[in-house]
Design a binder for this molecule. Structure first.
Ligand code: 2BA
Length: 109
């Protein structure tokens, strides 16, 4: 058995949740926050049989797309804290960041 962790943009999470249900794939959706953008995103926990991993990955890929986002982090312009200035940066976010982990044991009581 595998555990798939998929970090997706909030804009894609409703579509992904819907498509997983349509395909009969069980999932848990967690509210999460990106470490870089500090923006809300969603993390899906999907427990699945090994032979279904590719099907799940296809659903995730079809449900999520990448987008450009402009961020304005505070960039140091010197050694002093007061000299921090806004510096807009464009980053490509997503479609989905996916981890596939081996599950040692799975129980439901
Ligand atoms: P964030 O950490 O908010 O990152 C959003 C986007 O900012 C990233 O998109 C990437 O394009 C850019 N980015 C992130 N860290 C950066 C850095 N140190 N320097 C320059 N640009 C940077 P994605 O790579 O598509 O990631 C989307 C979200 O997926 C991330 O949101 C984070 O929540 C998650 N994620 C990505 N890689 C991860 C990893 N290795 N471990 C855990 N979560 C990850």
């Amino acid at each position: 058995m595998k555990l798939i962790l998929a970090v997706v943009q909030d804009k894609d999470s409703a579509r992904l949740a819907q498509n997983l249900v349509k395909q009969g794939i069980r999932a848990t959706k967690l509210a999460s926050t990106g470490g870089f953008l500090h923006a809300g995103n969603s993390t899906f926990m999907i427990g699945t049989q090994d032979e279904q991993v590719d099907d799940v990955l296809r659903v995730i890929q079809a449900s999520c797309r990448s987008r450009e986002q402009v961020v304005t982090p505070m960039s140091p312009m010197g050694n002093q804290l007061e000299s921090y200035v806004p510096y807009p940066v464009t980053v490509q976010v997503g479609g989905a960041t996916v981890f596939v982990l081996d599950v040692a044991q799975f129980e439901q009581f």
